[in-house]
Design a protein. Sequence first.
Length: 178
Amino acid sequence: MAPRSRLGAAIDGTSKALGFLGGLATLAMTGLITFDVLMRYFLNAPQLFVDEIVGFLQVLVVFWGLAYTFQVRGHIRVDLVTNHLGGRVRAWCRVVTLTVGLVLVGVLSWVTLDSTLTAYRYGRVSTVMLYPLWPAMLLIPTGLALMGVAMLRALQRQLRAARAGRDEVTPLELEPEP
């Protein structure tokens, strides 16, 4: 296997870093919700900002974790049919599904980026605490774009494998460090 390119290393590192940030965001959500519950229960003083912040952090967890989850094959896979196909057919089916997935991720990235820019231009704010919405909205297209790049790398590897008559690539086939 060829050494990993700088771009590939940057994509892998970014995916891992954003996945790690998602883990930290999960920890922050746990702390914020615990704080809110304690304040509500003991002091009858619910913290309104917690609901909005936790919502923003949930978006971060979901969308910034997409690329890493894709790379480690953590997304749900339905292989009821593909398990009964030959290796070469299965490899080409993966090429097709990656291509369709890339188109969908591209469209979603574009639409959500347009929505984010619209929220920025119009100064949209959250309902309760009046936070600007565009930073949280920007998490969606950036996470989708990184997933698209990870999918494009997988498609390149899968095309090489399919042309060589090999089955699909192994999970997290990240090239070894040089």
